[in-house]
Ligand binder design. Structure first.
Ligand code: ZN
Length: 341
């Protein structure tokens, strides 16, 4: 028996079973008639198959539902944790913002202090200019507060400031700093010229006779018309006489160059120092001369010894100040002790 033959036989037998019908007989009671139900054989296959299918669908539904619930739970968890993350981030950002706001306030306060300092420096420079007798020729960029003379200025910054105006404060601070940069830029050349003027001023001070040429401050004869100690006749005393001991130090009254250093009569040992600008000083009747013609001398430098040489009645220094060739009263040129200068 070959395979095809066998399959054909099986199918035929199977079809035969499917077309069969089963008859159920129900006998409810002896008196009642018997009920018959005829059911095709196919029902015995379809009903269990449907039951199995139904059970499978139910299982699938339950498992899918459970999966979804799980997913929802997971998403909820995720949402909660990311919400916590966001809150944490928000808190840390808020902290950063607070720190930045504090920095801004500090910076703004610093800008004000800086402005005050620039004002103070400007004021100081103007005072220096006034001392040195310089006109304020430079135009200064003023940012309001600089104009307030001696002002302890600036607006107060509330530490609990409303930060809706934070941008305004930042802008204001930024502008303050850029203004100050301009101010400093304008200051530099001005300070440079003030420095030059001061160096010049210092030079003029250095070359202007201003100190006592002797240790002793005993004035034995003043400048002007007096009776001549030798002739008794009225004569112009062309300098001031300082009493002292022979050998006492004699100092240069200002920076200058020695243009005369000689011994003669009636001046005895005498020295002339040229200080420039038409001003000379002369020191007469010295015991010793300690500088030569051509020497540069500094204010307060030892140039000789007090003496009694030439036409002199005793040890003293005859001191002259000559301005543009004319003898003037030396007293206005003696203002400082040597130690003071
Ligand atoms: Zn004299």
């Amino acid at each position: 028996m070959n395979r095809v033959e066998h399959n054909g036989k099986f199918r035929r037998r199977h079809m035969k079973w499917m077309s069969k019908r089963f008859t159920f007989v129900i006998i409810p009671d002896a008196n009642q008639s018997v009920k018959r139900y005829s059911v095709p054989a196919l029902v015995f296959i379809l009903v269990p198959a449907l039951a199995v299918l139904l059970a499978f669908c139910a299982a699938l539904f339950i498992s899918l539902n459970a999966g979804n619930a799980n997913k929802v739970h997971h998403l909820k968890n995720q949402l909660t944790s990311s919400q916590a993350g966001f809150e944490e981030q928000l808190q840390s950002k808020n902290k950063e913002i607070s720190a930045l706001e504090e920095d801004l306030l500090a910076l703004s306060a610093q800008a004000e202090q800086f402005e005050d300092k620039i004002s103070a420096v400007t004021k100081l420079e103007n005072e220096l200019k006034a001392i040195a007798g310089i006109e304020d020729a430079t135009v200064r960029i003023s940012s309001g507060s600089a104009e307030a003379e001696g002002g302890q200025g600036g607006e107060e910054i509330e530490l609990e400031a409303d930060f809706s105006s934070g941008a305004t404060l930042a802008d204001k601070t930024m502008k303050s700093f850029s203004d100050m940069t301009l101010q400093i830029d304008a200051m530099l050349p001005s300070l440079e010229s003030t420095k030059e003027a001061f160096l010049n001023y210092q030079h003029i001070l250095d070359i202007t006779p201003s100190i006592w040429p002797t240790e002793s401050k005993k004035i034995t004869s003043t400048f002007g018309v007096r009776s001549d100690p030798f002739t008794g006749r009225a004569a112009l005393h062309s300098g001031v006489d300082f009493g002292g001991d022979r050998g006492d130090p004699i100092y240069a009254a200002a920076d200058g160059v020695v243009t005369l250093s000689e011994r003669g009569y009636p001046h005895g040992n005498n020295i002339i120092i040229d200080h420039g600008r038409g001003v000379k000083t002369r020191y007469l009747h010295l015991n010793e001369r300690l500088v030569e013609v051509g020497d540069s001398v500094k204010k307060g430098q030892l140039i000789g010894e007090l003496g009694n040489t030439g036409r002199s009645t005793g040890p003293h220094l005859h001191y002259e100040v000559i301005v543009n060739g004319e003898n003037v009263d030396p007293m206005p040129y003696i203002k400082e002790d040597r130690e003071d200068q």
